[in-house]
Structures are given as structure tokens and as C-alpha cells.
Write a protein that binds this ligand. Structure first.
Ligand code: FE2
Ligand code: FE2
Length: 234
């Protein structure tokens, strides 16, 4: 697994240089403007609980790798209520929006990558053996680490300015993510021996995960820029 982890860290370094993350670091936009991508990620964030509960979790199991995955799913399957909490706190519970407007938005062309990401990951997970699934989870976690490290800084600024604590975007969530068994314990992952064939498969899966998340960040960036242009025009 060491070779695979090294590969994932290389992918993570490149991922962190994508234009979306430059935008999150761009001081010429306010923290609120930089977080304006927030509604666009709803389909994926809301599906992530299901990915953990219904795709990654396989119970009962005698497989040691699936047992590790199952433990991880219990850490990661209940974060979406904090996302809804921040949705409100960031003012996205718009007055005048009927439920039907929200559903239309969630299934609109603005959120295609966000929806596809869950389908793509589910397909990849189901087609991979447990030990390769561990690499897939590790790749997903590292993409999250890049995103949440940056949103945490923005949430801190918003809390300083307004007193509002954003639990999903901020330190509360980031601290839990950084303390994950899987995230924290790269040492345990690194001790897992993979066959040459598994290494090839795990690397191919990690490449796909980062490619799909990269496409997602482009969508988030386009959404944020469009939101800010609209705000300027209004
Ligand atoms: Fe999370
Ligand atoms: Fe996580």
C-alpha cells in the first residue's frame, strides 16, 4: 500500500493547485464570496452519507479490510446534518423558494458533476475488492482534506466577523476529519501488503477519484463565479 499512498499524495499535491482552490485562497474575494459555491455541492454532500451506509458498509463481514472500512463508515456517515445547518447559516434558505424550486436546482445542469460524483464513486467501489476500496477511501479523504483545510480558514474569518459558527465548513468538521482512523493512521494502511496487480488497480482507482473530484471543483468554481457576477450585477 505504501506505493499507492505515495501516488495518492502526489495526486493530492496537484489537486491542491486547481483553480478552484486558488479561488478559495484569493484574498480579493470576501470569505462569503469564496464560499458561494456551497449550494452547488449539495447533491454530493447529501449522498456521501448513503455512500458510507449503503455502498461502503458491508455487514456482517469476516474480511479484515471490510471491517476497517465498516469502522470508517460510522465516522463519516452523519456529517450531512452539519451541511444543512451551514446552508441555513450562510443564508441559502431563500425566502420565496418553494420545495419544487429547490428540487429543480438540485437536479439542474448547475450540479451535474456533484450528482455524477456519487454515482461514479459507487460504481468504482462496487467493482473493486476490499483492499482496493481502502485506497479509494484514502483518495476521497485526501480530496476532502484539501477542501476543508481551506474552508476552515474562511469559516474562522466569518466567525470572527459575524459570530456565526459554520460547523460543516469549519474547524468542528475538519478536526473530526483529520482525526479519522483512516486519515490519522496512514501507518496502519501503509503496513498492508498488496499484490502487484492490486497496486495497479488501486493506482488506477485513485487516478479516477482525483479526476472526478477535479471535474467537480471546476463545477463548484463556475457556480461561485456566476453567483458573484450576479451579486455584482444586482
Ligand atoms: Fe465529513
Ligand atoms: Fe471523512
Amino acid at each position: 500500500m505504501k506505493t499507492v499512498l505515495k501516488h495518492i499524495f502526489r495526486l493530492k499535491r496537484d489537486y491542491a493547485t486547481l483553480p478552484f482552490f486558488d479561488y478559495l485562497r484569493n484574498e480579493s474575494f470576501t470569505p462569503q464570496e469564496r464560499l458561494s459555491f456551497f449550494p452547488c455541492m449539495a447533491p454530493f454532500i447529501m449522498s456521501f452519507g448513503d455512500l458510507n451506509r449503503h455502498v461502503l458498509r458491508v455487514e456482517p463481514t469476516a474480511d479484515p479490510h471490510l471491517a476497517m472500512i465498516n469502522a470508517h463508515t460510522y465516522e463519516d456517515d452523519h456529517h450531512w446534518p452539519w451541511y444543512l445547518e451551514d446552508w441555513n447559516k450562510l443564508g441559502h434558505n431563500r425566502t420565496g423558494w418553494r420545495p419544487v424550486d429547490t428540487i429543480r436546482f438540485l437536479y439542474s445542469d448547475a450540479t451535474i458533476q456533484s450528482r455524477l460524483l456519487s454515482h461514479r464513486l459507487a460504481h468504482l467501489i462496487w467493482s473493486a475488492k476490499p483492499v482496493v476500496r481502502l485506497a479509494i477511501i484514502e483518495a476521497i479523504e485526501e480530496t476532502g482534506n484539501v477542501l476543508f483545510a481551506l474552508t476552515t480558514k474562511l469559516a474562522q474569518r466569518i466567525q470572527q466577523d459575524t459570530g456565526v459558527e459554520l460547523r460543516y465548513c469549519g474547524e468542528f468538521h475538519f478536526a473530526l476529519e483529520s482525526g479519522h482512523a483512516m486519515n490519522n493512521d496512514h501507518a496502519e494502511l501503509a503496513t498492508i501488503e498488496l499484490s502487484a496487480e492490486d497496486v495497479v488497480q488501486a493506482i488506477a482507482c485513485a487516478d479516477k477519484v482525483f479526476a472526478w473530484f477535479s471535474a467537480w471543483t471546476q463545477e463548484l468554481l463556475s457556480y461561485a463565479l456566476a453567483e458573484n457576477t450576479q451579486a455584482l450585477a444586482a
